[in-house]
Design a protein around this ligand. Structure first.
Ligand code: DGT
Ligand code: MG
Ligand code: MG
Ligand code: MG
Ligand code: MG
Length: 251
């Protein structure tokens, strides 16, 4: 049915191609995960099962899209970085964003039983957005921003839930106690009152998860603990230069 009289409606579709030669970041974020985490009895403040499942789902997205060079996740979100010279889907924002959110969500549901003993109570969903970064410094700053967010929230949540669960404060009392405190105050409360050295908390919680590709041939032993044969999950600092000097992902 070429050239039917209906075909003019195609002209209503708008062009949403991302600017060439820019880093494309797609970020997905769990919709209403405050409620979702309560309903599924997530451990507070961090549930390792959920964070590992998020990493697994993100790995599926990277397996599907070879154009993604790196992903970073924390809490209920994951950011995917597409190589700046890629031309997948003609760089159309809606195609990239919806495909990533869809693959991520279905993988999250598909792999749920591997991580949780209880069944899903309702279908979880994730929203998506696309952001373009023209310079590599802008992209590094974006990723630093997300990891700093992870740190700030995790320090607050660790102090808050320690005061509630171990200090027997009510939620309101704990909130009041932490109001106006700085990072060193929270570290001090954790250490002097509960003997917790925040720096010894798991890296997964403090740093989030960064997924990178690693195509080197590996022994059986080295494959242990990997997400897939080619994708490595790390819980490292990505704000400083060391990580980037080691991995050369953005060069
Ligand atoms: P949204 O994104 O606007 O639809 O709303 P939410 O509720 O997803 O809010 P968001 O994304 O700003 O914050 C993430 C929520 O998920 C936050 O309430 C804490 C919760 N959450 C994420 N990971 C964990 C976890 O490992 N354990 C627990 N207990 N809660 C978590
Ligand atoms: Mg949100
Ligand atoms: Mg959310
Ligand atoms: Mg979130
Ligand atoms: Mg089609």
């Amino acid at each position: 049915m070429a050239n039917s009289k209906f075909e003019y409606v195609r002209n209503f579709e708008t062009d949403d191609r991302c600017l060439p030669n820019t880093w494309i970041v797609v970020r997905v974020d769990g919709r209403g995960f405050h409620k979702f985490s309560e309903k599924h009895e997530f451990a507070k403040p961090n549930d390792k099962r959920s964070l590992d499942l998020m990493g697994k789902a993100a790995g599926r997205v990277m397996t599907e899209f070879k154009e993604i060079c790196l992903a970073y996740g924390q809490s209920d979100e994951f950011s995917f970085v597409f190589k700046r010279d890629m031309d997948l889907h003609k760089r159309r924002a809606s195609k990239l964003m919806t495909s990533v959110a869809s693959i991520f969500t279905s993988a999250f549901v598909f792999h749920w039983p591997q991580f949780f003993d209880i069944p899903l109570k309702y279908p979880p969903s994730f929203d998506g957005r696309v952001v373009l970064y023209p310079s590599t410094q802008n992209l590094r700053d974006y990723l630093s921003w997300r990891q700093a967010d992870c740190h700030i929230n995790n320090l607050y949540n660790t102090a808050f839930w320690t005061l509630v669960l171990k200090g027997n404060l009510t939620n309101a009392e704990a909130e009041k106690r932490l109001c106006g405190t700085f990072a060193n105050d929270k570290n001090e409360i954790l250490f002097s009152e509960f003997g917790i050295n925040y720096n010894n908390e798991p890296q997964l919680f403090r740093k989030g998860t960064v997924l990178v590709r690693d195509k080197k041939k590996k022994s059986e032993e080295e494959l242990e603990g990997r997400l897939t044969k080619d994708i490595l999950a790390l819980n490292e600092d990505i704000i400083g230069d060391a990580f980037w000097n080691n991995h050369k992902i953005l060069d």
